[in-house]
Structure formats: C-alpha cells, structure tokens
Design a protein around this ligand. Structure first.
Ligand SMILES: *Cc1c(COP(=O)(O)O)cnc(C)c1O
Length: 395
C-alpha cells in the first residue's frame, strides 16, 4: 500500500467544481488585488477566530514579519521564542535585526515551556530588553497561553501567536474564575496564520493572515501591508508588499466552511492511531510515545472540541532514523519536523543563542517523526502504518 504523508488530491476531488467556479468568478471580476474576496475572507476568518479584525497577508512568514514590524521590533531588540519550530519563527526576528532568546520546550507538548520562560523573565535586565514573546502552537495544539499571557502582562510585553499550524484550535483560558475556550490567534495582541497548502486550511499557493482585537495594531498592519501608503503615494511608514492574493482568498472562502469537518476527521484519525499503538504493545514497550493532547478530554466534555487540530501527528520513537528509512521503503510518507533546532541553524552561528543548549528541543529533533494524519486517510491505511511500525520494532 502506498500512503502519502498528505493527499491534496483527495481533499480537492469532492470540492473541485466549487473551487473552479470561484476561480472563474475571480478571473472574470478582473479584481486581482484586494477587493471583495479579500474583505469577505477577512470577515470570515475574524468571525471564525472570534477577533475584531483579520488582515490578509502574503504568507505566514509575512504575517509574523509584519506583526513584529508593527510592534516596532528592530535592531538589537530581543524576542523570546521557542527553539523548536519552522524556520520562519526565528527568521522573522532576525530579518528585523533583532535577536531571538530561546526558552526550551515542554517535552510532552513540544511547545515553549512556561517554566523556562519564567526563569528567563526573572532576570529583570534581560526582561526589559524583550520586545515581544512569540510562542508557537506546534502541530496544532496551543502553547500554554494561560501562564504565558500572565507573565507577559506582568512584564508589559506583547505576545504574538505563531498559530500557522493551529487555525481553529482552542485553549482553556480562565476568565473571572470560569473556563473560556479561546481560539488560537485570538489570545495575544495578534495571531499569525499560514495558508501554505499543507496547513489544515491550505490555499493553492502562498497566503497568510493576522488576526487581532487591537485596533491600533490592526491599523498599523493594514498600512505596513501596502508600503505604509496612507493615501495615493503618501508613505507614512516603511512597509512592504504583504498583500494576500484575491485568487487565494476566493479559494479559501470556498474551503473555510469545510474546516471543522476536516479537523474532526484528523482528530478521529489521531484517536484511532492512539488506540492502535496501545493495542500493539509498542507504547508499553517504550518504542513509541503518541502525542499528548493535554486538554482534549476537558475540551470534549465542554464541547470545545477543536482543542487539538492535528496539523501533524508526531510520535516520539526509539531509533527514529531507522524507522524513518524503513517506512519510506514501505512507501509510507513520513517526515521529521524539525531535524535541526533553531539555535543550531548555520545562519546564526556566533550569535549568543547559538552557544546555549536546549536539551529538550535537541531531543525532540532527534526522536520525533510525523505520520500521515490527513482527513481522508482511511482506517485500513492507519492499520497498515501501525502494522509496519510493529514489524520494524519486532524484527
Ligand atoms: C508554515 C509555518 C510558518 C510560515 O508560513 P508560510 O505561509 O509558509 O510562510 C510559520 N511558522 C510556523 C510554525 C509554520 O508551521
């Protein structure tokens, strides 16, 4: 059996006619830059995330870059983030001349560990130089936003959420003594999304979005998106061309209503994998550790069920590289997110962060592997994947 890591064709087939109609209508409209499809998609995403505003941008990377620009992050400023993420998280900081300060990850969730953040912020001289905190909701599960936001507030530091992998995921915030399930991106000063084709809501090219409840920041972002143009070639600030394409917005307007069902299918696949790995004995034997969705039960009980959206289903395993090679030989698509933690990247050789050790990020980079989890994956395929993994460890 040939099982790809992701099957975009399987997702496209049932909505093909609808997508083609949206593309044709956009072509015929001759409105390719900004316009009604962008405005509609921004409204749809803001409603979905529960935020006042959404600002369409050119990619998830540009969502991060524009957000940090809007917050005034610049040369020699510090931004506190995780060493275990896609490169864009750190790249957006470095491109502004700022420096990343890393807090190691929690080995259970792979997200930034609030205890490590607390230890860094206890150094008041360091805390004073930190212009933003940039947590990543890795693999589709929100970082520990409760403690992170509380610390950020105490130190008056804005939190920008890198929610590129987590559109729609929810997190239990305590508000006035009661739990509120809040959407990824809506908790910090702003949240950044990507519509890269492999994300849960993927376009047919690049695209991104910033959501925010902060009017000042949203206004600044709208300017930065169009070269700081306040009206007809008058430039108030230096921005860039960070616009989302109308064609992508038209396609994404078609796809957004399907997102809850796609999330549910991914979650169902994760539940089945968890059960199959348990039955296989691989978990008890210590060969594989399935991902922990730490608030899933609480979310299900509260009907806040989009707790974990499983952009990736990531196992921690023994002999990771051996398993990866074996599964690839068996025509099973797997991937390693991410083999090199950010502090070990060549491009920051010599910077202070590169001289520090982040043992949990380094372990995760060496021990984890992502399996196919896309919504259209069948239970037969999942059984086959687990069967092949069992064959690898029992040979
Ligand atoms: C995908 C991703 C990005 C970048 O998004 P692009 O749209 O590819 O620019 C940023 N951060 C994380 C965590 C991502 O997964």
């Amino acid at each position: 059996m040939n099982i790809p890591l992701l099957d975009l064709k399987a997702q496209l087939d049932p909505i093909h006619a609808e997508i083609m109609a949206a593309i044709a209508a956009t072509v015929d409209s001759t409105c390719y830059i900004m316009g009604p499809q962008i405005e509609l998609f921004e409204k749809n995403v803001a409603d979905y995330c529960g935020t006042k505003t959404a600002i369409g941008v050119s990619s998830g990377t540009d969502a991060l870059l524009a957000s940090l620009m809007a917050l005034g992050v610049g040369r020699d400023d510090l931004v506190l983030t995780t060493p275990y993420s896609f490169f864009a998280t750190m790249g957006s900081i470095l491109r502004l001349g700022a420096l990343p300060v890393f807090a190691d990850i929690d080995p259970v969730t792979y997200n930034i560990d609030p205890r490590q953040v607390a230890a860094l912020l206890a150094d008041t001289a360091l805390a004073a130089k930190i212009k933003a905190i940039l947590p990543v909701h890795l693999f589709g599960q929100c970082a520990a936003m409760g403690p992170l936001l509380q610390m950020a507030e105490e130190h008056h530091i804005p939190v920008v959420e890198d929610a590129a992998q987590a559109i729609g995921a929810v997190y239990p915030r305590m508000v006035d003594g009661a739990v509120q399930w809040q959407r990824a991106g809506s908790m910090g000063v702003c949240g950044c999304f990507s519509f890269f084709p492999s994300k849960n809501l993927g376009g047919m090219g690049d695209g991104g979005m910033v959501v925010s409840n902060n009017d000042k920041l949203a206004g600044d972002l709208k300017l930065i998106r169009v070269h700081g143009d306040i009206s007809k070639y008058q430039h108030a600030v230096v921005g860039g061309n960070f616009r989302l394409d109308a064609m992508q917005a038209a396609i994404l307007n078609v796809k957004l209503p399907y997102l809850p069902a796609w999330h549910a299918a991914r979650r169902q696949n994760a539940t089945l994998y968890n059960a199959l790995f348990k039955e296989s004995g691989l978990v008890a034997a210590g060969f594989v550790t399935p991902p922990a969705a730490i608030y899933q039960e609480m979310a299900t009980a509260a009907k806040g069920v989009d707790y974990h959206i499983y952009n990736q289903y990531v196992l921690r395993v023994k002999n990771r590289d051996g398993l990866r090679d074996f599964l690839q030989q068996q025509s099973i698509g797997v991937a390693v997110y991410y083999p090199i933690p950010l502090h070990k990247q060549k491009c920051i050789d010599g910077l202070p962060a590169s001289r520090l050790a982040f043992p949990e990020a380094e372990k995760a980079a060496a021990e984890t592997i992502a399996l196919p989890i896309y919504p259209e994956l069948t239970s037969d395929m999942q059984e086959y994947v687990v069967d092949r993994i069992s064959a690898f460890y029992n040979k």
